[in-house]
Structure formats: C-alpha cells, structure tokens
Design a protein around this ligand. Sequence first.
Ligand code: F6P
Length: 319
Amino acid sequence: VKKIAVLTSGGDSQGMNAAVRAVVRSGLYHGLEVFAVQRGYAGLINDDIREMDLRSVGDIIQRGGTILQTARCKEFMTPEGQQLGADNLRKRGIDGLVVIGGDGSYQGANKLSKLGIKTMGLPGTIDNDIPFTDLTIGFDTAVSIVVDAINKIRDTMSSHERSSVVEVMGRHCGDIALYAGLASGAETILVPEVPFDLDEIASRMSENFALGKRHSIVIVAEGVGKGEDIAKGITDRNGIEPRVTVLGHIQRGGAPTHNDRILASNLGDFAVRKLIEGESGKGVGIIKGELVLTDIDKVVNSKKEFNMDLYELAKRLSQ
Ligand code: F6P
C-alpha cells in the first residue's frame, strides 16, 4: 500500500485519538500518504476525506473523544453504500484503511476488504467485548472512572450505613462491572454472563448490615437490566432502599489513562506495519502482551470469553 486512510466508528472511547495519532505518524514514518475520514463510514460515503500531516495529530494523545468524530451509519450497511465508500477511497488512490471502533465497525471493514480495500480493525470501545484481544482501547479508562465514582459513593454509604446500586455500561459484556467491581471492593457484581438470585443477594445484604458492615455496593452491568429495577427488587425483598447511580456517558469521556494511550499507540503502529506487509481483513489485538492479528470474519463471528476466575475471586473477597 502507498496511501492509507483512518476512521473512527461506533461509540467513541478514550484513546481513539491516541490510535489516530499512531496510525498517522506510523504511516508517515514509513513513507505512506495518510488520509483521515471524518464521521466514520458516513464520511466515507459523503467523501469527507482529507490528507493528514505530522502536525495534524499534534496535541491529541491526551484528549478524550475523537477528533475524527464518529457516527453509526445505516447507509453503509447497504451494498451500494459500501461500494460508494470503496470508490471514494479508490479515486484518491487510497488502498488501505484502518478502522478504529467496535463490533459493527469491524463488519464494515470486512465488507470493504471484500471490495478490494486492504483493511485493519482496531478495537476501540470501552466495553472490552471484542474477542481475540485481552483489552480494547478505552476499557482501562472507563474502569478507572467507575472505580473513582464508587470510591466517592462508598464514602457516603459508610457515613450513613446505606446501600447503593451503580449501573455501568458495557452493552452485552460484563467486563466493566467485573473489573471495576473487583477493584472497588463492591459487595455484589451483576453481569449478563452469570445468572444471579436476587433473593440471595437481598438476604445477604440484610445479614451483612446486621453483622456490622457499614455499606453495601451493588454494581450492575447494563446488559443485566436497569439499576432501578434491581434496587426495587432488593427493596421488595428486604425493605432496604438502595440509592441508584447510573454513570452513563461519564464512562466514555475524559483523558485516557497511560495504559490506553500505550495500547492505542502499539495497536495503531502494528496495524500500519501489517498493511504495508500486505495483510488485509484482519483485526489487531493484544493477547498476553503480544500483538496479534486475527481474521475479521473470525472476530465478528466469535464471542469474547468471560473471565470466570476473576469473577470467582471478586466473590470470594467481597464477603
Ligand atoms: O459501546 C459503547 C457504549 O457506551 C455501550 O457501553 C453502551 O451500551 C452504548 O455504547 C451506548 O450508546 P449510546 O451512546 O449511543 O447511547
């Protein structure tokens, strides 16, 4: 490849800018011409494409959001939309594309690869729900934000001997709840991957308060349901009225952690080097510290394995 483009797609996540910077700077370092597509696949269809230089990605490594903006684009799901996108790249001589995003974004990259554009998918989502990578870009920052929020909530719960239900994001994946729950010492972690019994949770909560526990934090992954409903279920069973906090988009904003910046830098540079080597239709990831490539077909048709060991550990330590 001689000319490549980069876009961000789907929900934004912290570290996307660091990944854009890595793709642009690594491409230029290797003598490529590098372009950016604005607003994800919508920009590909609308021909919103511009050439990047070294300075165009200055002062962004520390910023949340994405300077390229992002969109969820229905038109690109049609064969005509995909063809138009590929034509807009090709008319500039662009034959490589790095897509930074989640599951849906990978599907688009896969389609373009079948139309002859060499594509690479970079896992950019707070959800950590992409298989064949231990981590996605933004997950570490999102977990830190949730842990910080729970630390604050816990202060008040302890002062007043009260209980709280905290609803976190993650779509169908419980990783944000699991990692943040373990790291903040939440008493109960509810994730879509593991069935739970509200009767048991409610009676354990009353017993714990009776035995002198000063607070009770229940963290609920949104894939399980609404925090409000869980809180009501608890009240119906034991009379305790937990306060509900829905953290929402706070989890997706703000400066990325150094871990996310380093991950984004590594994955962005790796994707460019692999495009230069002629690879296409691949997702990049990191497994046990090693950079890996996996067929996008395989990535989009697999499900990320839930870390049961970590879940059991959190349970053992939360008594
Ligand atoms: O995929 C990231 C994510 O924040 C999910 O955790 C959440 O379910 C979804 O996006 C929310 O989407 P939106 O910001 O469009 O409401």
